[in-house]
Design a protein around this ligand. Structure first.
Ligand code: NAP
Length: 247
C-alpha cells in the first residue's frame, strides 16, 4: 500500500466486534489489516464495506494462536504498511461447559486463542512500534475476566490473563511511548451470544443497569478512543463497556 499515514491491525475482523472496530478505525482514516482464521468471504465483505465508504483495507489470513501464522501475518503487515500504529487483539472463541464437564481441549483451545494469541501478536507489534517510538495496543478482554461466570472457567481465566498481560506490557513498553490498554465488553449482540437461550438472555438483560445488550459499535467507539491521541496519557487501564453490568 502507498502513502500509509495511520495503520491498524485488527485480529478476528471478519464479523461481530472485530468487524465494527475495523469499520470504525477505517472511518477515522486508518488503513486496516483485517485478520481472520477461516471466514475468508466475510473478511472480504468487510474489506469491500470499508472501500465503499472511501477507506483502505486488506485481508490477511492467520490463526493467531499459532506463532508461525502470527509471523506470517506480521510479515504481510510490514510489507503493506512499513510499520504499525495500532494493534487490536480481538480474535476470540468460547467453549463453555461447567468445570466438572469441561474437557482439557476446551481449556487449551480457549487459552490459546484468547490469551496466548495476545502474547504472540503483542510481541510482534511491539518490535515494530518500538522503532517508531509510538503505538497503541488494545486487548479485548471481557467483564467475565473481572467477575467470573458459571460455565466459563476457561474463558474467564483467559480474559483475566489478558488484563494481567495488558498491565505488564503497559509497564514494559511505556518508556517507548507504546500504550497498552484493555476493553472489557459486557453482553454484546454478536454470533458469540446468538445461541444463548431466550430465558437466560432475558435475565442477563434484566441485570444490566442500562437495560439493553450492547452493540459491536459500542465497543468500537471505546477502541477508537484508546487508539487515538485523545487517550495519550492513558495506559494499563481496563475500560469496561457493559451498560453498567460490571462496576
Ligand atoms: P465472533 O462474532 O464469534 O467473532 C470472532 C472473530 O474472531 C471472528 O472474526 C473469527 O474469525 C475470529 N477468530 C476466532 N478464532 C481465531 C483465530 N484463532 N485466529 C484469528 N481469528 C480468529 O465474536 P465477538 O462476539 O465479535 O467477539 C470478539 C471478541 O470480543 C472476542 O475476543 C470475545 O471474547 C470478546 N467479547 C465478546 C463479548 C460478546 O458478548 N460478544 C463480550 C465480551 C468480550 P474466523 O471466523 O475466521 O475464525
Amino acid at each position: 500500500m502507498e502513502n500509509v499515514e495511520k495503520s491498524a491491525l485488527v485480529t478476528g475482523a471478519s464479523r461481530g466486534i472485530g468487524r465494527a472496530i475495523a469499520l470504525a478505525l477505517a472511518g477515522k482514516g486508518y488503513c486496516v489489516a483485517l485478520n481472520y482464521a477461516g471466514s475468508r468471504e466475510s473478511a472480504e465483505k468487510v474489506k469491500e464495506e470499508i472501500e465503499a465508504a472511501g477507506g483502505r483495507a486488506f485481508t490477511v489470513q492467520g490463526d493467531v494462536s499459532k506463532s508461525e501464522d502470527v509471523d506470517r501475518v506480521f510479515k504481510t503487515v510490514k510489507e503493506e504498511f512499513g510499520g504499525l500504529d495500532v494493534l487490536v487483539n480481538n480474535a476470540g472463541i468460547n467453549r463453555d461447559a461447567l468445570l466438572i464437564r469441561m474437557k482439557e481441549e476446551n481449556w487449551d483451545d480457549v487459552i490459546a486463542t484468547d490469551l496466548k494469541s495476545d502474547f504472540l501478536t503483542t510481541k510482534a507489534a511491539a518490535m515494530m512500534m518500538m522503532r517508531k517510538r509510538k503505538g497503541s495496543i488494545i486487548n479485548i478482554s471481557s467483564v467475565v475476566g473481572i467477575m467470573g461466570n458459571i460455565g466459563q472457567a476457561n474463558y474467564a481465566a483467559a480474559k483475566a490473563g489478558v488484563i494481567g498481560l495488558t498491565k505488564s506490557c503497559a509497564k514494559e513498553l511505556a518508556a517507548r511511548n507504546i500504550r497498552v490498554n484493555a476493553v472489557a465488553p459486557g453482553f454484546i449482540e454478536t454470533a458469540m451470544t446468538d445461541g444463548i437461550p431466550e430465558k437466560i438472555r432475558e435475565s442477563m438483560i434484566a441485570s444490566i443497569p442500562l437495560g439493553r445488550m450492547g452493540q459491536p459499535e459500542d465497543v468500537a467507539k471505546a477502541v477508537c478512543f484508546l487508539a487515538s491521541d485523545d487517550s495519550s496519557y492513558i495506559t494499563g487501564q481496563v475500560l469496561v463497556v457493559s451498560g453498567g453490568l460490571a462496576m
